[in-house]
Ligand binder design. Structure first.
Ligand code: GLA
Length: 387
């Protein structure tokens, strides 16, 4: 891939000696969904698939972007003097948003750059192609311009740009997982204070299998922001009766004792998911540490049911993939991952059951939904890097 982006760079912008190649991963979340904007826990890991880039600084204030993912794409031009979100639509709003966010935080770019990217995360799959591109851009800026920021800062800057430039009110999970990824480890992150632990993932005799619904969706278009607002309103109601900073501060018992403070049935049920899912995540990580993969899988399944019945972010495509997976004895656990409304499921599947999984789930999906799902066996990779 390094050669591919370097060759792409040369073809588009001409030969340069100072061009460098970079990579940032995508991510999959194993459990802890829609908890990250509620001060709860998440348990994602970085993947070995991600976004590659070749980049070099320019002598003027121009910015040029080219994606090798689109056939016969044109170079998109921009300028450091025109970073207004209103004037910068399309995919380049992600890297431009990060430049804009760096400048907002006081890190001014003296010169522009030429950038080529190539990603092998399926687009719109919920495996964080946007967070990958954001963190990649931040990583490149740090490397080329010498900005004094940590990987955790790169995650926060990426989230800031996504919230304020791209209009998605996402939490910190995706950018954090991408920026802080560690090979063969998942990240047990407490989003209340960003404290975290790496948890080694050794799935003896099993693999992580992703199934993509191939449903076209976009988080900003979806009801993601509406779910977040419902949780924030529920929190404000609960704060009148109990001293908490986020829904993640509540145990299940505390939630049940105080839930009547939430005056709307729908809001109460959304808040219930956030509280229960957070506790489930803590329990799941403990089960994994104790070597109880069966329990971990059961909690994954329960997570999907809660996202389906209470949080209402799955849809027939994700439900079909998860529910068909549960029927196969060699499936340890299966659930939707990411924001929902399309995207992917993540399943832990015994090695000997993987072919059966793909065949049976794939067939049932095609019959019910009318088009194919795609399956990938993924590996847990590290964070962003110079190639
Ligand atoms: C998306 C968001 C994350 C998180 C998940 C749901 O991936 O970007 O911040 O909220 O949805 O867990």
């Amino acid at each position: 891939m390094k050669d591919k982006v370097l060759e792409g760079f040369e073809k588009i912008y001409g030969k340069r000696d100072d061009v460098k190649a970079y990579f940032a991963p995508g991510r999959v979340n194993l459990i802890g969904e829609h908890t990250d904007y509620n001060g709860g826990h998440v348990f994602p890991c970085a993947l070995t698939i991600g976004t590659y880039a070749a980049c070099a600084k320019r002598d003027d204030r121009k910015l040029r972007f080219y994606s090798m993912n689109f056939d016969n794409a044109a170079v998109v031009e921009g300028s450091l003097d025109n970073l207004d979100p209103e004037n910068n639509p399309g995919w380049t709003a992600y890297p431009k948003g990060v430049v804009w966010a760096f400048e907002k935080k006081g890190f001014k770019l003296d010169k522009g750059f030429d950038l080529v990217i190539y990603g092998n995360i399926p687009n719109g799959s919920g495996l964080s192609s946007s967070a990958s591109l954001e963190v990649l851009t931040g990583y490149i800026l740090r490397d080329l311009y010498g900005f004094d920021v940590t990987n955790q800062d790169l995650a926060l800057i990426g989230q800031y740009s996504e919230n304020n430039y791209n209009g998605c009110n996402c939490g910190i999970m995706d950018q954090f997982a991408v920026a802080m990824g560690k090979e063969d480890n998942a990240i047990f992150l407490d989003t209340a204070d960003l404290s975290f632990d790496y948890a080694p993932i050794s799935l003896k005799g099993c693999k992580i299998v992703i199934a993509n619904t191939n449903k076209k969706h976009k988080l900003t278009d979806s009801q993601y922001n509406a779910r977040r607002s419902a949780c924030e309103e529920a929190l404000a109601e609960l704060q009148k009766v109990v001293d908490i900073k986020g829904l993640g501060d509540l145990s299940i018992e505390e939630f049940e004792a105080h839930k009547d403070a939430i005056k709307d049935d729908d809001r109460r049920i959304k808040a219930k998911h956030a509280v229960y899912e957070n506790q489930r995540t803590i329990e799941a990580v403990k089960a994994l540490k104790d070597g109880d993969i069966k329990k971990f899988g059961e909690l994954m399944n329960q997570s999907h049911v809660s996202l389906r019945d209470d949080y209402d972010v799955t849809g027939v495509e994700l439900d079909t993939l998860a529910e068909e997976a549960w029927k196969i004895p060699g499936v340890i656990g299966s659930r939707m991952t990411g924001g929902g409304f399309g995207g992917c499921t993540v399943s832990i599947v015994k090695d000997e059951a993987i072919d059966e999984f793909k065949e049976k789930v794939g067939k049932a999906y095609r019959e019910k939904i009318g088009y194919d799902a795609t399956f990938y066996i993924v590996e847990i990779g590290g964070g962003p890097t110079v190639l």
